[in-house]
Ligand binder design. Structure first.
Ligand code: DGL
Length: 269
């Protein structure tokens, strides 16, 4: 059986945290689209994000993908139904798998979700988690994405900023909250720093791994999943809307290794 072709879409480099989890679990041909020219999505309206995401979905479909992963929390939260309507392949977003993972881990049924302004205002995570019986407090942390992009993942300034956000969240959330959901592609890089701030008993959950599991399940349902013996044949292609060089430079941080085969594309609009 030939390897499935999986499209992975994000507003920029952050989605590489999801690609990393996918590649660890599933041998496939990966086609990653990072809309670096139009990042950040986290401050934009649902209409704009949907328009950008649908353009990217069409582009990736033109590369004969079998399945599309929306690695961007903001795009999933704001535009998943519209992307689903526009796509001709199965689409997996990160919100439902992340919410399911949080519900699985939380003993006290109370959690804090941190994400971009747009993700938090959409309440997509809160709704997905409330459906699973959790009480949820959401907190937008808009300064964290640029700090991670700057590479300041273990920097005193980032720690100070994260402390301000999380102290506010901890003061407002249910006092027995026992899970912190990282509802943004960039935050997994801050996990060690966040670990120092939240109470030791609080579990930190991100969507990447649970999304990879969901993708495997969908591929198995479509009889497209292959065994790990095919891992040697997997491949990676990257398409970005801004500088190839900048993407390569930042990608090392997110993926932990050098990336090749990066192409610039211009979707217009
Ligand atoms: N990828 C976005 C997310 O996961 C973060 C970066 C952005 O705002 O575009 O929400």
């Amino acid at each position: 059986m030939s390897l499935p072709r999986i499209g992975v879409f994000d507003s920029g480099v952050g989605g590489l945290t999801v690609l990393k989890a996918l590649a660890e679990q599933l041998p496939a041909h990966y086609l990653y689209f990072g809309d670096t020219a139009r990042l950040p999505y986290g401050t934009k309206s649902a209409e704009t994000v949907a328009r950008y995401a649908i353009g990217a979905a069409h582009f990736l479909q033109g590369q004969q993908i079998d399945l599309l992963v929306i690695a961007c929390n903001t795009a999933t939260a704001l535009a998943l139904p519209l992307i689903n309507q526009a796509a001709h392949v199965p689409v997996v977003g990160v919100v439902e798998p992340g919410a399911a993972m949080a519900a699985h881990v939380s003993k006290n049924r109370a959690a804090i979700v941190i994400g971009t302004e747009a993700t938090v205002s959409s309440h997509a995570y809160r709704e997905a988690m409330e459906k699973r019986g959790l009480v949820v407090y959401e907190k937008a942390c808009p300064l964290l994405v640029p700090l991670v992009e700057e590479g300041w993942v273990d920097h005193p300034v980032t720690e100070q900023v994260a402390r301000i956000y999380l102290n506010e969240a901890l003061a407002q959330a249910a006092s027995n909250s026992d899970v912190l959901v990282l509802a943004c592609t960039h935050y997994p890089l801050l996990a060690p720093l966040l670990r120092r701030i939240v109470p030791p008993s609080m579990e930190i959950v991100d969507s990447a791994e649970s999304t990879a599991r969901e993708v495997r399940k969908v591929l198995m349902d479509q009889q497209l999943a292959t065994g790990t013996k095919d891992a040697d044949h997997r491949s990676f292609r990257f398409y970005v809307t801004d500088s190839v060089e900048k993407f390569k430079r930042l990608a090392i941080r997110f993926l932990g290794r050098q990336v090749d085969h990066v192409e610039h594309v211009d979707l217009g609009g």
